[in-house]
Design a binder for this molecule. Structure first.
Ligand code: SAM
Length: 283
Protein backbone atom coordinates (compact mmCIF):
# COMPACT_ATOMS: atom_id res chain seq x y z
CA UNK A 1 0.00 0.00 0.00
CA UNK A 2 1.23 3.48 -0.83
CA UNK A 3 2.31 5.75 2.04
CA UNK A 4 -0.39 8.37 1.27
CA UNK A 5 -3.12 5.69 1.22
CA UNK A 6 -1.93 4.42 4.59
CA UNK A 7 -1.92 7.98 5.94
CA UNK A 8 -5.55 8.46 4.86
CA UNK A 9 -6.57 5.25 6.64
CA UNK A 10 -4.72 6.30 9.79
CA UNK A 11 -6.34 9.71 9.63
CA UNK A 12 -9.81 8.22 9.29
CA UNK A 13 -9.17 5.98 12.32
CA UNK A 14 -7.81 8.91 14.32
CA UNK A 15 -10.80 11.16 13.52
CA UNK A 16 -13.25 8.35 14.37
CA UNK A 17 -11.44 7.88 17.69
CA UNK A 18 -11.55 11.64 18.41
CA UNK A 19 -15.29 11.67 17.73
CA UNK A 20 -15.89 8.71 20.05
CA UNK A 21 -13.66 9.93 22.88
CA UNK A 22 -14.06 13.73 22.78
CA UNK A 23 -17.30 14.19 20.82
CA UNK A 24 -15.63 16.49 18.25
CA UNK A 25 -16.56 15.44 14.75
CA UNK A 26 -14.06 16.31 12.01
CA UNK A 27 -15.13 13.49 9.72
CA UNK A 28 -17.08 15.89 7.48
CA UNK A 29 -14.34 18.47 7.04
CA UNK A 30 -13.04 19.08 3.51
CA UNK A 31 -10.52 16.29 2.89
CA UNK A 32 -7.64 18.18 1.27
CA UNK A 33 -7.66 20.85 3.96
CA UNK A 34 -7.84 18.48 6.95
CA UNK A 35 -5.17 16.19 5.44
CA UNK A 36 -2.85 19.18 5.09
CA UNK A 37 -3.52 20.37 8.65
CA UNK A 38 -3.05 16.90 10.18
CA UNK A 39 0.17 16.41 8.18
CA UNK A 40 1.53 19.73 9.47
CA UNK A 41 0.55 18.86 13.04
CA UNK A 42 2.23 15.44 12.79
CA UNK A 43 5.48 16.88 11.45
CA UNK A 44 5.61 19.39 14.33
CA UNK A 45 4.88 16.64 16.89
CA UNK A 46 7.18 14.04 18.41
CA UNK A 47 5.28 11.19 16.72
CA UNK A 48 6.61 9.34 13.67
CA UNK A 49 3.22 8.16 12.38
CA UNK A 50 -0.46 8.92 13.01
CA UNK A 51 -0.94 5.39 14.41
CA UNK A 52 1.68 6.18 17.04
CA UNK A 53 0.04 9.53 17.78
CA UNK A 54 -3.43 8.01 18.05
CA UNK A 55 -2.88 6.27 21.41
CA UNK A 56 -1.69 9.53 23.00
CA UNK A 57 -4.36 11.72 21.37
CA UNK A 58 -7.12 9.46 22.68
CA UNK A 59 -5.64 9.08 26.17
CA UNK A 60 -4.17 12.50 26.87
CA UNK A 61 -6.45 15.58 26.58
CA UNK A 62 -3.40 17.87 26.28
CA UNK A 63 -2.19 16.02 23.19
CA UNK A 64 -5.73 16.21 21.84
CA UNK A 65 -5.77 19.99 22.49
CA UNK A 66 -2.59 20.39 20.47
CA UNK A 67 -4.17 18.39 17.61
CA UNK A 68 -7.31 20.56 17.87
CA UNK A 69 -5.20 23.71 17.60
CA UNK A 70 -3.47 22.15 14.59
CA UNK A 71 -6.67 21.18 12.82
CA UNK A 72 -8.65 24.39 13.26
CA UNK A 73 -7.69 27.52 11.36
CA UNK A 74 -8.17 30.33 13.84
CA UNK A 75 -6.93 33.35 11.90
CA UNK A 76 -9.11 36.40 12.20
CA UNK A 77 -8.79 40.17 12.20
CA UNK A 78 -10.73 43.26 13.18
CA UNK A 79 -13.10 44.49 10.47
CA UNK A 80 -11.99 41.66 8.20
CA UNK A 81 -13.21 42.43 4.66
CA UNK A 82 -13.98 46.08 5.45
CA UNK A 83 -16.42 46.33 2.56
CA UNK A 84 -18.59 43.67 4.21
CA UNK A 85 -18.79 45.77 7.39
CA UNK A 86 -19.52 48.89 5.34
CA UNK A 87 -22.50 47.23 3.66
CA UNK A 88 -23.60 45.77 7.01
CA UNK A 89 -23.54 49.27 8.49
CA UNK A 90 -25.37 50.85 5.56
CA UNK A 91 -27.91 48.16 4.75
CA UNK A 92 -28.46 45.93 7.79
CA UNK A 93 -28.21 48.39 10.67
CA UNK A 94 -31.34 50.34 9.56
CA UNK A 95 -33.37 47.12 9.96
CA UNK A 96 -31.81 46.37 13.36
CA UNK A 97 -32.85 49.84 14.51
CA UNK A 98 -36.50 48.87 14.00
CA UNK A 99 -36.29 46.00 16.53
CA UNK A 100 -36.51 46.58 20.29
CA UNK A 101 -33.99 43.83 21.06
CA UNK A 102 -31.47 42.20 18.73
CA UNK A 103 -29.78 38.82 19.20
CA UNK A 104 -26.68 38.13 17.11
CA UNK A 105 -24.88 34.80 16.93
CA UNK A 106 -21.27 34.73 15.74
CA UNK A 107 -20.56 31.06 15.00
CA UNK A 108 -16.85 30.24 14.64
CA UNK A 109 -15.76 33.50 16.31
CA UNK A 110 -12.13 32.31 16.77
CA UNK A 111 -10.14 34.75 18.94
CA UNK A 112 -12.94 37.33 19.05
CA UNK A 113 -11.80 40.08 16.66
CA UNK A 114 -15.09 39.84 14.76
CA UNK A 115 -17.10 40.17 17.98
CA UNK A 116 -15.21 43.32 19.03
CA UNK A 117 -15.57 44.79 15.52
CA UNK A 118 -19.30 44.26 15.64
CA UNK A 119 -19.56 45.67 19.18
CA UNK A 120 -17.75 48.83 18.00
CA UNK A 121 -20.05 49.20 15.02
CA UNK A 122 -23.17 48.69 17.16
CA UNK A 123 -21.94 51.25 19.69
CA UNK A 124 -21.37 53.83 16.94
CA UNK A 125 -24.87 53.20 15.65
CA UNK A 126 -26.42 53.65 19.10
CA UNK A 127 -27.46 50.00 19.25
CA UNK A 128 -25.12 48.63 21.92
CA UNK A 129 -27.74 48.73 24.68
CA UNK A 130 -30.29 46.65 22.87
CA UNK A 131 -28.02 44.05 21.26
CA UNK A 132 -26.63 40.85 22.66
CA UNK A 133 -23.76 39.03 20.89
CA UNK A 134 -23.42 35.27 21.37
CA UNK A 135 -19.93 34.34 20.15
CA UNK A 136 -19.18 30.63 19.86
CA UNK A 137 -16.39 28.36 18.71
CA UNK A 138 -15.51 24.71 19.19
CA UNK A 139 -11.97 25.56 20.28
CA UNK A 140 -11.85 26.47 23.99
CA UNK A 141 -8.34 27.98 23.77
CA UNK A 142 -9.35 30.64 21.23
CA UNK A 143 -12.47 31.47 23.26
CA UNK A 144 -10.18 32.24 26.21
CA UNK A 145 -8.32 34.82 24.08
CA UNK A 146 -11.67 36.22 22.90
CA UNK A 147 -12.89 36.62 26.48
CA UNK A 148 -9.73 38.50 27.46
CA UNK A 149 -9.88 40.82 24.43
CA UNK A 150 -6.10 41.32 24.39
CA UNK A 151 -4.35 41.48 21.02
CA UNK A 152 -0.92 42.36 19.64
CA UNK A 153 -0.29 46.06 19.38
CA UNK A 154 1.57 45.51 16.10
CA UNK A 155 -1.75 44.50 14.43
CA UNK A 156 -3.54 47.69 15.41
CA UNK A 157 -2.29 49.73 12.45
CA UNK A 158 -3.80 47.22 10.03
CA UNK A 159 -7.00 47.07 12.06
CA UNK A 160 -7.19 50.87 12.06
CA UNK A 161 -7.03 50.84 8.26
CA UNK A 162 -9.76 48.18 8.12
CA UNK A 163 -11.90 50.13 10.58
CA UNK A 164 -11.67 53.35 8.56
CA UNK A 165 -12.31 51.52 5.27
CA UNK A 166 -15.42 49.96 6.85
CA UNK A 167 -16.88 53.41 7.56
CA UNK A 168 -15.69 53.76 11.17
CA UNK A 169 -16.65 57.12 12.62
CA UNK A 170 -14.20 57.64 15.49
CA UNK A 171 -10.55 57.00 16.12
CA UNK A 172 -9.89 53.27 16.40
CA UNK A 173 -7.51 53.91 19.31
CA UNK A 174 -10.55 55.05 21.36
CA UNK A 175 -11.52 51.40 21.63
CA UNK A 176 -8.38 50.00 23.24
CA UNK A 177 -5.61 50.93 25.59
CA UNK A 178 -2.01 50.05 24.83
CA UNK A 179 0.09 48.27 27.42
CA UNK A 180 3.65 47.32 26.37
CA UNK A 181 3.14 45.40 23.14
CA UNK A 182 -0.52 44.62 23.76
CA UNK A 183 -3.81 46.30 22.96
CA UNK A 184 -6.51 45.73 25.56
CA UNK A 185 -10.01 46.20 24.18
CA UNK A 186 -12.29 48.52 26.19
CA UNK A 187 -14.18 46.36 28.68
CA UNK A 188 -17.53 48.05 27.91
CA UNK A 189 -17.43 46.41 24.46
CA UNK A 190 -17.62 42.94 26.01
CA UNK A 191 -20.47 43.80 28.38
CA UNK A 192 -23.13 42.43 26.08
CA UNK A 193 -21.12 39.52 24.70
CA UNK A 194 -21.49 35.91 25.77
CA UNK A 195 -18.70 33.52 24.75
CA UNK A 196 -19.51 29.81 24.69
CA UNK A 197 -18.19 26.52 23.36
CA UNK A 198 -20.37 25.18 20.56
CA UNK A 199 -19.73 22.81 17.68
CA UNK A 200 -21.53 23.35 14.42
CA UNK A 201 -20.87 19.71 13.53
CA UNK A 202 -22.60 18.14 16.52
CA UNK A 203 -24.55 20.66 18.63
CA UNK A 204 -28.08 21.99 18.30
CA UNK A 205 -29.00 25.59 17.42
CA UNK A 206 -28.82 28.58 19.69
CA UNK A 207 -32.43 29.74 19.91
CA UNK A 208 -34.03 32.53 17.91
CA UNK A 209 -31.62 34.99 16.31
CA UNK A 210 -32.02 38.21 14.33
CA UNK A 211 -28.56 37.89 12.79
CA UNK A 212 -26.15 34.99 12.34
CA UNK A 213 -22.53 35.54 11.34
CA UNK A 214 -20.59 32.49 10.20
CA UNK A 215 -17.73 33.89 8.19
CA UNK A 216 -14.79 31.87 6.91
CA UNK A 217 -15.88 28.66 8.60
CA UNK A 218 -17.99 26.80 6.01
CA UNK A 219 -15.08 26.75 3.55
CA UNK A 220 -13.49 24.05 5.73
CA UNK A 221 -16.54 21.76 5.57
CA UNK A 222 -17.70 19.12 3.08
CA UNK A 223 -20.98 19.92 1.28
CA UNK A 224 -22.93 17.56 3.59
CA UNK A 225 -21.79 19.45 6.70
CA UNK A 226 -22.39 22.83 5.03
CA UNK A 227 -25.96 21.68 4.36
CA UNK A 228 -26.43 20.66 8.02
CA UNK A 229 -25.08 23.93 9.33
CA UNK A 230 -27.15 26.08 6.97
CA UNK A 231 -30.28 24.18 8.05
CA UNK A 232 -29.28 24.73 11.68
CA UNK A 233 -28.96 28.49 11.07
CA UNK A 234 -32.20 28.57 9.13
CA UNK A 235 -33.96 27.05 12.13
CA UNK A 236 -32.63 29.91 14.30
CA UNK A 237 -32.98 32.96 12.05
CA UNK A 238 -36.23 34.86 12.44
CA UNK A 239 -38.12 35.97 9.34
CA UNK A 240 -36.61 39.25 8.19
CA UNK A 241 -33.34 38.32 9.93
CA UNK A 242 -29.89 38.07 8.36
CA UNK A 243 -27.28 35.44 7.58
CA UNK A 244 -23.72 36.69 6.96
CA UNK A 245 -21.11 34.42 5.39
CA UNK A 246 -17.49 34.90 4.30
CA UNK A 247 -16.63 36.25 0.84
CA UNK A 248 -15.82 32.77 -0.48
CA UNK A 249 -18.99 31.21 0.93
CA UNK A 250 -22.49 31.11 -0.49
CA UNK A 251 -25.89 29.53 0.03
CA UNK A 252 -26.40 29.15 -3.74
CA UNK A 253 -27.49 25.62 -4.57
CA UNK A 254 -28.27 24.74 -0.94
CA UNK A 255 -31.73 23.67 0.29
CA UNK A 256 -32.31 26.87 2.25
CA UNK A 257 -31.43 29.23 -0.62
CA UNK A 258 -35.04 29.71 -1.75
CA UNK A 259 -35.89 31.31 1.60
CA UNK A 260 -33.33 34.13 1.34
CA UNK A 261 -32.52 37.18 -0.77
CA UNK A 262 -28.93 38.38 -1.14
CA UNK A 263 -28.71 41.97 0.03
CA UNK A 264 -25.92 43.15 -2.26
CA UNK A 265 -24.04 41.23 -4.96
CA UNK A 266 -21.16 39.11 -3.64
CA UNK A 267 -21.26 40.55 -0.11
CA UNK A 268 -22.75 37.34 1.29
CA UNK A 269 -25.37 38.99 3.44
CA UNK A 270 -28.67 37.18 3.04
CA UNK A 271 -32.06 38.26 4.36
CA UNK A 272 -34.62 35.65 5.31
CA UNK A 273 -37.94 36.19 3.62
CA UNK A 274 -41.18 36.55 5.54
CA UNK A 275 -43.36 33.52 4.96
CA UNK A 276 -46.21 34.25 2.61
CA UNK A 277 -49.45 34.40 4.61
CA UNK A 278 -51.70 31.40 4.04
CA UNK A 279 -54.42 32.12 1.50
CA UNK A 280 -57.81 32.50 3.15
CA UNK A 281 -60.68 30.83 1.39
CA UNK A 282 -63.44 33.31 0.76
CA UNK A 283 -66.88 31.80 1.06
C1 SAM B 1 -10.90 31.12 10.07
S1 SAM B 1 -11.70 31.23 11.62
C2 SAM B 1 -12.93 32.44 11.26
C3 SAM B 1 -12.99 33.51 12.32
C4 SAM B 1 -13.96 34.65 12.05
N1 SAM B 1 -15.29 34.17 11.82
C5 SAM B 1 -13.49 35.47 10.88
O1 SAM B 1 -14.07 35.41 9.80
O2 SAM B 1 -12.48 36.19 11.03
C6 SAM B 1 -12.62 29.69 11.66
C7 SAM B 1 -13.10 29.32 13.07
O3 SAM B 1 -14.09 28.30 12.94
C8 SAM B 1 -13.96 27.44 14.06
N2 SAM B 1 -14.58 26.15 13.76
C9 SAM B 1 -14.14 25.16 12.95
N3 SAM B 1 -14.97 24.11 13.00
C10 SAM B 1 -15.99 24.46 13.82
C11 SAM B 1 -17.15 23.80 14.29
N4 SAM B 1 -17.46 22.56 13.90
N5 SAM B 1 -17.96 24.44 15.17
C12 SAM B 1 -17.67 25.69 15.58
N6 SAM B 1 -16.57 26.38 15.19
C13 SAM B 1 -15.74 25.76 14.33
C14 SAM B 1 -12.45 27.32 14.24
O4 SAM B 1 -12.12 26.89 15.54
C15 SAM B 1 -12.00 28.76 13.93
O5 SAM B 1 -11.87 29.50 15.12
Amino acid sequence: MREDELFDIEMRLLLDGVRLVYGHDFTEYAEASIRRRVTQWLSSSKFATLSEAQAQVLRDPEVFDSLLRGITVNVSEMFRDPHFFKVFRQQVIPYLKTWPFVKIWLAGCATGEEAYSLAILLEEEGLAERCRIYATDLNGAVLETARKGIYHLRDMQRYTRNYLASGGRASFSDYYSALYDHAIMASRLAERMVFAAHSLATDAGFGEMHVVFCRNVLIYFKPSLKERVLRLFNGCILSGGFLCLGVKETIDGRDVACQYDELAPNIRIYRKRYEAPEKKTVR
